[in-house]
Design a protein around this ligand. Sequence first.
Ligand SMILES: Cc1cc2nc3c(=O)[nH]c(=O)nc-3n(C[C@H](O)[C@H](O)[C@H](O)COP(=O)(O)OP(=O)(O)OC[C@H]3O[C@@H](n4cnc5c(N)ncnc54)[C@H](O)[C@@H]3O)c2cc1C
Length: 438
Amino acid sequence: MTGRLTFDAIVVGAGPAGVAAALTMARGGLNVIIIERGRFAGAKNLFGGVFYTHALADVLPDYWERKPPFERPVTEQGYWMLSPDSAIRVMHKSERYLKEPADAYTVLRARFDPWFAEQAAAAGALLITRTTVTQLLKDERGRVIGVDTDRPEGKVYAPVVIIAEGVNNLLTQQAGLIASDLPPKYVALAVKEYINLPAKDLQIRFGLSGPREGVAIDVFGDVTLGLPGTGFIYTDQSGISIGVGMLLDEFVTHRLRPYEVLERFKHHPVVRPYLEGGEVREYGAHLIPEMGYDRMPKLAGDGVMVAGDAAGMVDALHREGTNLAITAGKMAGETALAAHQAGDFSAAFLSRYRRNLEGTFVLQDMKQYRRMTDFLESSPQFMGTYVNLLNEAALRYFTAHGIPKRTMEHDILKMVRERRSFTGVAWDMLKLMRAMRG
Ligand SMILES: Cc1cc2nc3c(=O)[nH]c(=O)nc-3n(C[C@H](O)[C@H](O)[C@H](O)COP(=O)(O)OP(=O)(O)OC[C@H]3O[C@@H](n4cnc5c(N)ncnc54)[C@H](O)[C@@H]3O)c2cc1C
């Protein structure tokens, strides 16, 4: 880059939030640049991952004709609750999942993100990769007027910058939208492997009739040694995405290494048979912001907005993040279009971005689950004691011991009472309800 480069808008980061913002603005006629530090869009990105199509359809209504590189539709989903040697599985399968396009697909980000970025480029956005935005440029009144990059003479100017930098929100801090780094209590670290398996084996093991079926399983309990966190197993076209995530705090307090927790999960007696003969093709780790609604940054300042993970827009309970990012990116893009029409890039004008987002599932869900991270951290019995109890109770219930069933029921109740008093259980349920209702 040489000379003074000026655009109508700059987007930092070519993840779902940034690309949705750029696409929206380019389609609205703005001259947009997306700056991405990876070798290509998606090169640095990793997720579970289940991708929800509703947000994509909103930003790109003809996405299906553009042949997105999805892995498998999610046609069966649910939870496995693991004790050290067994599992209760609650799975939901329905004919209504068998539609095209489906509501959700498994996705590999190294394939999906470049495709999505191509759609923004086709709409006219300029995508520059291998370039890191090192700082925001501000005028004498502190208004953001552009960015500096790690390229020689790499300054780029625009009246509005949309920060979509993901969880490492250094620029969001520089913009003054959030005070400091997220505390480890509110950031999860997830590790994931992609394990290659022939599609035929995968389909037999997961009971799938062909490539148009797929499974998404979220796992609790022994997967994280009974600590707050989750694991996941998702079927891709010819492989399995398997991973585990816990709050950074928990890894530190319990001196756990993420890779060892994942290995332990893979060797669980219920999980191991699904992976047998598979080859690990990729391994990666990534942070997830779990700051919740109350700790989110301000979403707009003078000449700047922030969207996606950088703003903590994740609903971990429902494993949603990409759809929040795309919806927020689109709304930030729409706000930039309106700002251009009004010729007003002030924080006061751009704050309509947040107001609009308050009307959507993005901020409404975040508000509803604002207490979830704190609740799980303060109630470890949900991932430990209760999951183990349920597995024990199931074992007794499903085994014939030659004793009357009434005695077996009493045994189960006695076992529950020994591990958690009835008042304790009632109190936990009340806390759970409060955490779910916001
Ligand atoms: C293990 C795991 C499992 C998940 N599972 C799911 C799931 O199943 N479903 C779901 O919907 N969500 C899931 N999520 C969450 C989801 O991945 C995120 O919410 C989503 O990717 C956020 O999109 P984003 O565009 O805000 O950020 P990102 O996808 O992180 O993109 C940010 C981009 O900005 C670039 N960048 C950063 N800084 C700079 C800079 N200074 N200069 C230039 N470029 C920069 C990065 O390279 C990156 O490309 C999961 C996350 C993880 C880690």
